[in-house]
Design a binder for this molecule. Structure first.
Ligand SMILES: CN(C)C[C@H]1CC[C@H](N2C(=O)NCc3cnc4ccc(-c5cc(Cl)c(O)c(Cl)c5)cc4c32)CC1
Length: 338
C-alpha cells in the first residue's frame, strides 16, 4: 500500500494538518531544497465530484495572480486520485481571529492591503466573489494574504459580462446577489469589502440574522447600525461601499485615493504587484544553476515555462527570500544512500 502522499516524497516533508475546509485538507510542509515552510492544500478528486472544475478554475486564477497580498501558488501536483496545491505559508492565522473592534488606524492598515489586492484582481479581469475575514490570512510579517479563489470569476467576456451563479457567504453578499439578479463580480466585491471594513471597525456584522430570509431583507434594505464610535470619514466610506444600487457604489479605483484610506499615510494605495511582470530574477537563476550544475541559459529556459512544477516552486521561494532580505540559498543536496 503506497502512501497517499507518495507524490510529495523527496520534495516536501509533511507536518501537521492545520485546517480542513469542505473538500480540502491543508497541511504545513517543508520545501526540501530551501528548507522553507509551505502550506499544501490537498483535495481528493473522488470527493470533489462536480466541484472539480471549480478547483481547476481556482488554480488557473492563482497562476495569473501574483501579488504581495494574495497567497502565492508555488506548485500544482495532480495524480489520478489527488490534487496538491503548494501555497505560500501564512502562520498568522485568519484575520477573523483578530476582529474585535480594531482602532481606526489598525483597520486602515489592514484595509489598505485588502484594497490593494482587490484592485489588482479587478485590473487583471477577475473578481474574487467570496471576500470575508476567513479568507484573509496573515503571514510571518503580519501582512494580509487573500486566499480561496474557488469562486473567483474571470468571465470570458471580461468584467462586464454578467454573472448569475449565486455564491459566497450570505452576510457578505451584495443585495443584487441575494435577490438572484445578474450582477457584476467587481461590484459585488466592493459591497463585501464594505461589510469587511464595517466588521473591522465595529467588531460585529452590519447585516446579521440567523433567519436567512430576514438576513436577505436586511441586506436589501441597506440599513445598518452606525455605532457612535464611527468617525465621520469612516461613515462616508462605508456608505459609498454599502450602496444597494450597484451603479451608485464606489469603484476600487476611487478607493485607492479615498481620503479615509489615505489618512496620514504619505501616498495613495499602490495596487501594482511587487513581483516582476516579465523576465526572471538572475540571482535566483544563478543559485539554481550552480546548485544543479546546469547552465543559466538552460535553467532560465525551464523556469520560463512556468509549469508550476518543483522548479517553479523553488524559483518562487527563492524570489520570496530575496524580497524579504533573506539569503538566496539552496540547501546542499543530501544524497540518500541505498
Ligand atoms: C477558509 N478557512 C476556514 C480555511 C482554512 C484552511 C487552513 C488555513 N490555514 C490555517 O488554518 N493555519 C495555518 C495556515 C498556514 N498557511 C496557509 C496558507 C494557505 C492556506 C490556504 C490557501 C488557499 Cl488559496 C486556500 O484556498 C485555502 Cl482553503 C487555504 C491556508 C493556510 C493556513 C486557514 C484557512
Amino acid at each position: 500500500k503506497i502512501s497517499p502522499y507518495a507524490a510529495l516524497d523527496g520534495l516536501y516533508e509533511l507536518h501537521e494538518t492545520v485546517g480542513s475546509g469542505g473538500f480540502a485538507k491543508v497541511k504545513v510542509a517543508t520545501h526540501v531544497l530551501t528548507g522553507d515552510k509551505v502550506a499544501i492544500k490537498i483535495m481528493d478528486k473522488k470527493q470533489l465530484g462536480e466541484d472539480l472544475p471549480r478547483i481547476h478554475l481556482e488554480i488557473e486564477a492563482m497562476k495569473h495572480l501574483s501579488h504581495q497580498h494574495i497567497c502565492k501558488l508555488y506548485q500544482v501536483i495532480e495524480t489520478d486520485a489527488k490534487i496538491f496545491m503548494v501555497l505560500e505559508y501564512c502562520p498568522g492565522g485568519e484575520l477573523f481571529d483578530y476582529i474585535d473592534r480594531l482602532e481606526e488606524e489598525e483597520a486602515r492598515i489592514f484595509f489598505r492591503e485588502i484594497v490593494s489586492a482587490v484592485a489588482y484582481i479587478h485590473e487583471m479581469g477577475y473578481a474574487h466573489r467570496d471576500l470575508k475575514p476567513e479568507n484573509l490570512l496573515l503571514d510571518d510579517e503580519q501582512k494580509l494574504k487573500l486566499i480561496d479563489f474557488g469562486l473567483c470569476a474571470n468571465p470570458s467576456g471580461g468584467m462586464d459580462q454578467r454573472l448569475a451563479t449565486c455564491c459566497g457567504s450570505p452576510a457578505y453578499a451584495a443585495p443584487e446577489l441575494v435577490s438572484g439578479r445578474q450582477y457584476l463580480g467587481s461590484e459585488a466585491d466592493i459591497w463585501s469589502m464594505g461589510v469587511l471594513l464595517y466588521a473591522l471597525l465595529c467588531g460585529f456584522l452590519p447585516f446579521d440574522d440567523e433567519n436567512l430570509s430576514t438576513l436577505y431583507r436586511k441586506i436589501q434594505s441597506g440599513k445598518y447600525e452606525k455605532p457612535e464610535w464611527l468617525s465621520e470619514g469612516s461613515r462616508n466610506l462605508l456608505a459609498s461601499m454599502l450602496q444597494v444600487e450597484p451603479k451608485r457604489r464606489i469603484t476600487v479605483r476611487y478607493l485607492l485615493s479615498h481620503p479615509w484610506l489615505i489618512g496620514d499615510h504619505p501616498h495613495p494605495i499602490d495596487p501594482t504587484s511587487i513581483y516582476k511582470k516579465v523576465g526572471v530574477d538572475e540571482d535566483v537563476i544563478t543559485e539554481i544553476a550552480v546548485h544543479q550544475g546546469k547552465s543559466r541559459v538552460a535553467v532560465r529556459q525551464s523556469v520560463c515555462e512556468w509549469s508550476y512544477d518543483y522548479l517553479t516552486a523553488t524559483y518562487f521561494l527563492l524570489v520570496m527570500r530575496k524580497l524579504k532580505g533573506r539569503p538566496v540559498r539552496l540547501l546542499p543536496k543530501v544524497t540518500t544512500l541505498g
